[in-house]
Design a protein around this ligand. Structure first.
Ligand SMILES: Cc1cc2nc3c(=O)[nH]c(=O)nc-3n(C[C@H](O)[C@H](O)[C@H](O)COP(=O)(O)O)c2cc1C
Length: 208
């Protein structure tokens, strides 16, 4: 299903095509090499001081069902309803401290980890998969279940799978799945030269 971003000028096709889908195919496992490909995409993200502060835990329903189930059980009820058909879950975490000084907080860790996560979503789409990030999970439960050390912060779980049948989603989710993708106007969040000064699309479209 295509849900192309509506943009004022052409952007990279993969970026335009990516979206957070919910209808997964329950019958097609994800090839091992594709799972590694998602990891490689994240691995090559940029990071402050080349710290690579991200950590990812991958759960594959078809390789370690019990562990997948334990990760799945940390999800909010709403997310469980559609994630049940996903084949893989990936936890996105980061090391909150610098590698060479465990007393100091790396304030760029979430920034770098978010960039690595975006690489996963894009790589997934390039491989014909869907990838959907979720903050709707119990981070404390995840920490306990998988013995995640204190210095590491879980931010999100990503559901991954092949596209499935939209008709099988619950009505609320079906509506969202078929609805238009929306963003605020460009001028609202993008400024030019000064704080709060909206960038003016028309001015930029005229060649100098
Ligand atoms: C950190 C993060 C947490 C999110 N949490 C959830 C979630 O718990 N459940 C959900 O259905 N979608 C979740 N989303 C997906 C967003 O709702 C979605 O990205 C947003 O509506 C924009 O839609 P798009 O990704 O299709 O462009 C999350 C996205 C991000 C980046």
């Amino acid at each position: 299903m295509d849900k192309l971003a509506k943009t004022s000028v052409k952007i990279n096709d993969l970026i335009a095509r990516r979206w957070s889908a919910r209808a997964y195919n329950p019958n097609i496992p994800i090839e091992g090499w594709k799972i590694i490909s998602l990891c490689e995409a994240a691995r090559w993200a940029p990071s402050c001081a080349a710290e690579e502060p991200w950590r990812f835990i991958v759960w594959d329903k078809n390789r370690a069902e019990d562990d997948f189930q334990r990760a799945f059980d940390t999800l909010d009820e709403g997310n469980r309803k559609w994630v049940k058909n996903a084949q893989v879950l990936i936890a996105v975490l980061s090391d909150t401290k610098w590698r060479n000084d465990r007393t100091k907080t790396n304030k760029w860790a979430p920034f770098d980890t978010g960039a690595a996560a975006m690489s996963i979503y894009l790589q997934a789409f390039d491989l014909g998969l869907y990838a959907h990030p979720m903050a709707g999970f119990d981070a404390d439960k995840l920490r306990l279940e998988f013995q995640i050390p204190e210095d590491y912060e879980p931010y999100a779980l990503i559901a991954v799978g092949y596209p499935g049948n939209v008709e099988e989603l619950e009505p609320t989710y079906r509506q969202r799945e078929l609805g238009e993708r929306k963003r605020r106007p460009l001028e609202e969040n993008f400024y030019f030269s000064k704080w709060g000064e909206p960038i003016k699309l028309n001015e930029f479209m005229e060649e100098r």
